[in-house]
Design a protein around this ligand. Sequence first.
Ligand code: ADP
Length: 543
Amino acid sequence: MQGLIMDTPLLISSLIEFAARYHADTELVTRTVEGPIHRYSYADANRRAKRLANALAGLGVKPGDRIGTLAWNTYRHFETYYGVSGIGAVLHTINPRLFEDQLAYIVDHAGDSYLFVDLNLFPLVERLIEKTPAVKGVVVMTDANSMPTSERIPNAICYETLIAGQSERYDWPTFDEKTASSLCYTSGTTGHPKGVLYSHRSTILHAYASALPDALNLSAGDSIMPVVPMFHANAWSLPYVATLTGAKLVMPGPKLDGASVYELLESEGVTFTAAVPTVWLMLLAHLRESGLKLATLKRVVIGGSACPRSMMEAFEEEYGVQVRHAWGMTEMSPLGTLNTPKAKHLGESREAYFDRGEKQGRPIYGVDIQIVGDDGAELPWDGKAFGDLRVRGPWIASGYFHLDQSPAHGSDGWFSTGDVCTIDPDGYVRITDRSKDVIKSGGEWISSIDIENIAVGHPGVAEAAVIGVAHPKWDERPLLLVVPKGDAKPTREQILKFLDGKIAKWWLPDDVVFVKELPHTATGKLLKSKLRDDFKDFKLPSA
Ligand code: ADP
C-alpha cells in the first residue's frame, strides 16, 4: 500500500522560490570582485536567476548540459547555482587554484559548453581556451563598464548585458528529483581529478540535514558567511542551507585575508561561518595583532583538514566563539560527521570538552559509517582500533562522472573514503590519516595528524607535517617537518620536548627538519606525496 502524500519532487529551484516568497527582503551581501559591497534581497536574487534561466535558453543550453563556473563567492555565482540547476542543466563549479593542465582536463572531461568566469579569473580562461575546444562561449561575470577586451576571446559575453534583456518571468520546470544538478571534481593528490555528480534530491536532503541543530544549526535568525569557496564541495552546502532556512547570506568575494574577513564579519553581523583551518589561522593572527574582538560571531565550523586543538582553544577561550569540528568530502556533498555533545557530555570539564571536540564528530542522520581492517572485516568501535573508514547514504556518490571503474566503490554498496580513523563507543570519529599517508612503524600505525596537531600548538610553529621515512629496523619512522612562525627559531630539541608526554613515546618523531614552506593541494591540504618524494633519501639519525 502506498501513502497518500503529494509526490512533490525535491528540486533546487524550490529553495530559491521559498526564500523569495517567505524571506523576500532578507539580504544577500557581497564583497564584489570589482571592489564595492553589493546588497540585494532573496526576491531580487530569484528575479535575476530567472533572467539567467531565460538567457541560458537563449544560448541554446538544454537540460543535462554542463555549465562551468570559475568564480568566487558572490551574488552572481549564487544566481548561477539556481539559474543553471533550476532549468535542469548541470552547474560545474571549478577550482581556479588547480594547475592549468588539470583545469583543461576537467573542463574537457565535463564537456562544459559555456564557462562563467569572474573578472579577475578571465586571464586564466584566456590561457585555457585553446586547450578546451568544446567550450562554445565565455561569460564574464561583470557589468558592461568593467568588461575586458580580449584578443583570444573577442566574443566574450558580459553577464549583466546577457541577463539585462531577459524577462524576469519564468516558471521553474518540474522534473525527476534524481536529475543531475551539479558537478564538482575532487582535486586528488594522484591521478586525474574525478567528477562527483550531485542530484537535486541529494542536494536537498543534504541541505535539510545540514541545517539541523547537531549539524550546522542554522535558522532564519542567522547571518551566514561561507568563507569556504563555492567551488569547494558547494561551499559545504551553505548557499542551499541559507535559502532553505531563510538566513542572511554574506559573500566574501575573492578577499579571504584576515582583515577583509574580519571587516565583513563585524559589519554584517555574521553569526555563523565555515572554512578550512588555514583561513582561521589568518583571521586569528589578524585579531591578535590588532587586539580586536568578535562581536557577533557565535559559531564557526572547521573542516577540510583537522582542526588543531590550539585553534579550538583560541576561538573558544579568547573570543567566545564555539568551534564545531566537521569531517566530510566532495563525494559526500560534503558533510559526514560533526562534533556536538550528547546529553551525557553536558557539564564535562574544559579538558574533556576539548578532548572530545578535537575529534571529527558523529555521523549526521543520512550518513552510515563503518571501519574495516586490511582483511575487510569490520573493526570494533573502541576508540583504539584504526581502520579504513567506509560510508554510505543518500547524498554519497555512487560512482564518478564518465568513469567506468571506481576502486573506492565496493560491490557491497559502501564507499571507501581513503581515510583511516578510530571510532569510539559513542560513535565519535577520530581521523588519524589518509590511508596513503599512514606511517607504519614496527607493524603498528602512527597517526601523523595527531602529531601535527600537537606540534602547531608550540608558539614557534606556524605549520607542521609528519611523514614516514624508511628505517632499516622499524620499516618506517616519523619525520617532523616544521615551518617556524614569523621570526621564531625553535630548535629540534625544544620541539621534541614539547611533544614528549603528549603522545606515546614510540610516536616521537626521529628527527625534526625546519623548512620555509610546505606544499599544498588546490584545496589547501598538505601534499604529502610530494614531501615523501622530497625526503625519500633522508637519513634518520637513528637509522
Ligand atoms: P580535495 O582533496 O579535493 O580537497 P575533499 O575536500 O573532498 O577533496 O577532501 C576530503 C578529505 O579531506 C577527507 O577525505 C579527509 O582526508 C580530509 N578531511 C576533511 N575534513 C577533515 C577533518 N576535519 N580532519 C581531517 N581530515 C579531514
